[in-house]
Design a protein around this ligand. Structure first.
Ligand code: RIB
Ligand code: CA
Length: 310
């Protein structure tokens, strides 16, 4: 089987860790690089967590590159209330002993995009600062990246504000530049990620495996368990696993073509992904797809099947 080359850009927090552990064991994918960006947690944590989660997955040969330690314009806004002070909900895992990469994320991504020109799929599951910086510094990268599979935004609603989803809210200027770049975008916003959850039985099963990955799952999701009780969620939404699992199983998701732009000025609406999904007025440039539904049973089943192998 020809594996799909994937670059994983992450602000590795709790659900990012699930997505990376899943990506490492999806036989359809080859993870050719990982980059860290500030978001859920400051960059040093994100960089360390990405390295350590890869080591836990037995994949410390996959290189992790440091990216942006703050958004393009706004001050950094992090999410310790969900991801804890270390980015993994307080869970402790062994430190990786892989060599420390010093090449910047945007430069490493550019080189890899040229190496896999026309084939590279980028799964971006944090603020889009690294991706925007790569496009700004290396404009011809848009000729080499096949598609950006992005966890972020929402056609309807938000989580960090009534209008904005966290990844886009943290760096709306980067998101605006990425949406306008012309690189094809598959957007996995809250519309679909709120349906991509693990329910109580799924959670209990993953924890019951008792391996290192399931221990990390158990130990890192404490704050999310509490939030779930408080906000009466259906389960634990695995936001960042959506673009990863879509890359291997696109038929499990339902999406629509649309134009997507990002609000960067509004006092109440900054970070909103504005789509022409439900309006008579359609944007002229509609090079994006936004996803609205997922086969949750197959999605959750795959995550369980993969966690069982660790
Ligand atoms: O809104 C959900 C997104 O914000 C996920 O990527 C999560 O990891 C946080 O970064
Ligand atoms: Ca994330």
């Amino acid at each position: 089987m020809n594996k799909i080359p994937v670059w994983f850009d992450t602000d590795i927090g709790v659900d990012d860790a699930v997505a990376l552990l899943v990506a490492c064991r999806l036989e359809e994918l080859e993870i050719v690089g990982v980059s860290a960006v500030a978001g859920n947690t400051p960059l040093p944590n994100a960089f360390r967590n990405a390295r350590d989660v890869l080591a836990l997955a037995g994949r410390k040969e996959i290189k992790v590159y440091p990216g942006a330690d703050r958004p393009l314009v706004k001050e950094l806004f992090t999410a310790e209330y969900v991801h804890g002070s270390n980015g993994l909900g307080g869970a402790e895992i062994p430190l990786s002993d892989a060599p420390i990469e010093e090449t910047k994320a945007w430069d490493a991504l550019y080189e890899k995009a040229k190496e896999y020109s026309g084939e590279l799929v980028v799964c971006a599951v944090g603020p889009l600062t690294n991706i925007a910086t790569a496009i700004f510094k290396h404009p011809d990268i848009i000729e080499h990246i096949k598609v950006l599979n992005i966890m972020g935004g929402a056609a309807d609603g938000g989580n960090i504000t009534p209008c904005a989803e966290f990844n886009i809210y943290v760096d709306p200027h980067a998101a605006e530049n990425v949406m306008k770049s012309g690189i094809p975008v598959n957007l996995f916003g809250l519309d679909v990620t709120h349906k991509a959850f693990l329910d109580d039985d799924d959670i209990d099963e993953i924890v019951s495996y008792g391996n290192a990955a399931s221990k990390l799952f158990k130990d890192s999701n404490g704050l999310l368990y509490a939030a779930r009780e408080r906000l009466d969620w259906s389960g634990l939404c695995e936001h960042d696993s959506c673009p990863v699992i879509y890359t291997a199983h696109p038929d499990w998701f339902v999406g629509q073509e649309c134009g997507i732009y990002v609000e960067t000025q509004g006092k109440l609406t900054i970070g909103k992904t504005v789509t022409d999904l439900w309006t008579d007025f359609k944007f002229e440039d509609r090079h994006c797809h936004i996803f609205l539904d997922v086969d949750r049973t197959r999605f959750a089943g795959l995550i369980k099947d993969i966690y069982r192998t660790y």
